[in-house]
Design a protein around this ligand. Structure first.
Ligand SMILES: C[S@@+](CC[C@H](N)C(=O)[O-])C[C@H]1O[C@@H](n2cnc3c(N)ncnc32)[C@H](O)[C@@H]1O
Length: 265
């Protein structure tokens, strides 16, 4: 089930911390992932100053207190800062825009956007690069999935009598131009593999899928465990990130087959 708020106010969208769909699952995942990272790296956070970015009302920040650190939660939204002060009074809450300049005085910075928006490479890398001389940024990796599958339902849905239309859509499904939200019961012959992106040395290189009709790069949806969400990358996907700039425009997607008719014709 997917719910959509029609008046587009208050509810929904990635910008919502507390009233969104799948919130409990997302918050649980990010809290347990960040705990796991701290424990597996045996980081000693005792007495350290930790800042959570885009932290909503501060649930994750509050959970991090168990490591004996002094935690500050930050969010751009004044309402969440206010709610956070009431809900998690042991955490310090500040209003802060992740697009702004980094702040001094923190030992660790937790970029919660890596869970809310894991496929927003530009944003997450920009944050990583911006903070690297100020604090140790966590998480250092983002784990996504690569799925290969066939899907009669999906093929029936977009394939059409006119070859030009089918080719146009297949072209978009080739290189990461389409983000899909797909229920598991639409998938046949499903294979799943983890794909880890190291934010300190990032690159993505996914080869073309030759064994199945479809290949998708993404993650299971929070709160909807039988739905996957990701980019269709049937012919593979590459990102080098060498000149990535947080303020630069999104790179154009490849669309080789469909050409607008020549004006003279
Ligand atoms: C999907 S919510 C996740 C919040 C939190 N990580 C949680 O799990 O509750 C995304 C959060 O990012 C905040 N946000 C959006 N744009 C931001 C920005 N430019 N700077 C800081 N926070 C921002 C929103 O206000 C919202 O609380």
């Amino acid at each position: 089930m997917l719910l959509e708020c029609l008046n587009r106010e208050g509810l929904g969208g990635w910008t919502d911390s507390t009233f969104n769909q799948g919130v409990t699952s997302r918050k649980k995942t990010q809290t347990s992932d960040i705990r796991q990272e701290i424990e597996s790296k045996q980081l000693d956070l005792k007495g350290k100053k930790v800042l959570c970015l885009a932290g909503g009302v501060g649930r994750c920040a509050n959970a991090l207190r168990q490591f004996g650190c002094e935690v500050t939660n930050s969010d751009i939204n004044k309402q969440y800062v206010k709610m956070g002060k009431r809900l998690y009074p042991e955490v310090k809450h500040i209003q802060y825009d992740i697009l702004g300049d980094p702040l001094s005085g923190y030992d660790y910075v937790v970029n919660e956007n890596c869970w809310g928006n894991p496929m927003s490479w530009k944003m997450n890398l920009g944050i990583c690069r911006k903070w690297k001389d100020y604090a140790t940024l966590l998480p250092t990796t983002i784990t996504l999935k690569i799925w290969k599958f066939n899907s009669k339902q999906l093929s029936d849905w977009y394939k059409q009598e006119e070859e030009v239309g089918t080719q146009h859509i297949e072209d978009y499904l080739s290189h990461g131009a389409i983000l899909g939200h797909i229920p598991k019961f639409w998938l046949q012959d499903l294979e799943e593999k983890d794909y880890v992106i190291d934010l300190t040395n990032p690159f993505i290189k996914i080869p073309e899928c030759t064994t199945h009709d479809y290949q998708v790069f993404g993650r299971w949806m929070y709160g909807l465990p039988d739905w996957l969400m990701g980019l269709f990358v049937n012919k593979g996907y590459k990102e080098k990130f060498s000149n990535y700039n947080i303020f630069s425009k999104k790179p154009a997607r490849k669309n080789t087959r469909w050409k607008l008719p020549n004006k003279e014709n």
